[in-house]
Each structure stands twice: as structure tokens, then as C-alpha cells.
Write a protein that binds this ligand. Structure first.
Ligand code: KIV
Length: 280
């Protein structure tokens, strides 16, 4: 049965850890769903890992929706969250709500939005009131990279930790069902998590968050342009894919692929006819 945003909040009350991974294609999403991952985020990290852009700010709404459709087709049980890309929710609340709706029409059950400025809070309220669950995102927020100026840890002292908590409280009041905390020290993330009713989903935010999320290409060892300190690699797909491709090239060049097993054969009769046939 499909996990809902409401059940994700219940998990926190029940002290049950929430598991989340990003996915960008049908097959991977299907395997993650079968592995009982609770939340599958179609993250705008696909800008880098699937499309080869140098920043998440480059991916368009249209591109995000193609990947959301693919992932949604592979998922039956997990909650699919569509990551609203840069400039799809910053122009006006009306446009943001319409765009959030496009994710739902593409098969997601919720959307994620970065930040907690007064405008973002108003926009989130409107989207939630329209019937679309929203996941917040605080700490390091990649879509603001040009104003932040780099990949920095947030909440490194009491003052900034309290600022994140204040922002998280506003998100909670606006109706989010969970908040991603990215690159926040363990103790700060623990304090923030303990002072919220909605669950925190950590990425580089230590083990005391209510749940954890990883970019799947990091977890699967597939993307090697940049490896964040907080990522854990569970398999080296880069090596496996490279080895498989090298073996394939070798097999074809040496005439070892395809063999009879991978080919279609004529019946003996037809093969004989073809052999004896000489074209004028
Ligand atoms: O786009 C993404 O993959 C994300 C995760 C880092 C949470 O936002």
C-alpha cells in the first residue's frame, strides 16, 4: 500500500526511522521500492548526475517532469516526491502552485521546495492548501549556491542553529510534512529534530535526524565528478559498468558475442535452401 505524507509524520511519533533515496529512472526506482525505501525523491541533483549539468540551477521543470514520470511508473509503495527546480516556484505563488500540480499529474504524491523566506512560506501554505504535500529543505540549499557562494555547512554555532530551527518552525506552521536538513552538524541537527513535530530527513546531518536520504548515484558509486564527505557508497557501479562495457567491446571484437544462444536460427531446411540459392 502507498505510503502517505501523513504516515511519514506518524513514523516520527512512533520513533520509526524514515528511509529515503533519490531516483531518476524507472528500473532503479522499481528496485528501491522493492527494497522498502519509504520516500523516493526525484531530486534536482539529476541535473548533475543524470544530465551532466554543472549545477542544479540548470535543470528545467520540463526535464524534471520527464524523470518524475519515469520514476513514478516504477513505484507502487513508496512516497514519490518531485523536487521543484530553480525558478519553478520563485516567480509567483500562482505559478508555483500550478507547477507543483504538474508534479502530481506526472505521478508524484508530494513536492520538495528549498528555503523558508516569507515568500516561500506563503507559497508553501498555498500549495499545501491546494492538496499537495510539501517537503521543506534547509541547511545547505543547492539552488541558492550563487548567493551562498559555496558548499558550506550550516548551523555551526548556537546562533545559526537557532536560525535554522526558527525557519523549520515556520515551515512546520506552513504545513510541510518533513524537512530535509543538508550539511548541518550532528548536534545541531539533533537539537532541531527534537524541537520539531515533523520529521527531519538528514543528508550530511548526522544520525539523530528522524530519517536519512542519499543521492542514489553516490550510494551506488556511479557519479565520480564530486564525492561529498557525507555520502556512503554501498556498491561500486562505476567499476562494474566500466568492466561490463570493456568485456562487451572485447567479446564483439573477438567474435565471442553474439553466440548461438543469443541468436535466431533458420530451420535446417530453410538454411539449406538459402545455402543452395545463388542470386543471378
Ligand atoms: O536533489 C537532491 O538530490 C536533493 C537531496 C540532496 C536531498 O535535494
Amino acid at each position: 500500500m502507498r505510503l502517505t505524507a501523513k504516515k511519514i509524520i506518524d513514523y516520527k511519533k512512533q520513533n520509526k526511522k524514515i528511509t529515503a533515496l533519490t531516483a531518476y529512472d524507472y528500473s532503479t526506482a522499481k528496485y528501491f521500492d522493492k527494497a522498502n525505501v519509504d520516500i523516493i525523491l526525484v531530486g534536482d541533483s539529476l541535473a548533475q548526475v543524470a544530465l551532466g549539468y554543472d549545477s542544479t540551477t540548470k535543470v528545467s521543470l520540463e526535464e524534471m517532469l520527464v524523470f518524475t514520470k519515469a520514476v513514478s511508473r516504477g513505484v507502487q509503495n513508496a512516497l514519490v516526491v518531485g523536487d521543484m527546480p530553480f525558478m519553478s516556484y520563485q516567480i509567483s505563488t500562482q505559478e508555483a502552485t500550478k507547477n507543483a500540480g504538474e508534479f502530481i499529474k506526472s505521478g508524484a504524491q508530494a513536492v520538495k521546495i528549498e528555503g523558508a523566506s516569507p515568500y516561500i512560506i506563503e507559497t508553501i501554505k498555498h500549495i499545501v492548501q491546494s492538496g499537495i504535500p510539501v517537503m521543506g529543505h534547509l541547511g545547505f540549499t543547492p539552488q541558492y549556491i550563487n548567493t551562498i557562494g559555496g558548499h558550506f555547512v550550516s548551523g555551526k554555532n548556537l546562533e545559526t542553529t537557532l536560525e535554522i530551527l526558527k525557519a523549520a518552525k515556520k515551515l512546520e506552521e506552513a504545513g510541510v510534512f518533513s524537512i530535509v536538513l543538508e550539511m548541518v552538524p550532528t548536534q545541531s541537527a539533533k537539537f532541531i529534530s527534537e524541537n520539531l513535530d515533523v520529521p527531519t530527513i538528514g543528508i550530511g546531518a548526522g544520525k539523530f535526524c528522524d530519517g536519512q536520504i542519499l543521492v542514489s548515484d553516490d550510494a551506488l558509486g556511479k557519479y565520480d565528478n564530486f564525492c561529498p564527505k557525507f555520502a556512503k557508497q554501498y556498491v561500486n557501479l562505476k567499476e562494474e559498468i566500466s568492466k561490463a562495457a570493456q568485456n562487451y567491446v572485447k567479446d564483439v571484437l573477438e567474435g565471442n558475442f553474439p553466440n548461438d544462444e543469443q541468436s535466431f536460427a533458420l530451420s535446417e531446411d530453410e538454411a539449406k535452401k538459402l545455402e543452395n540459392y545463388t542470386q543471378n
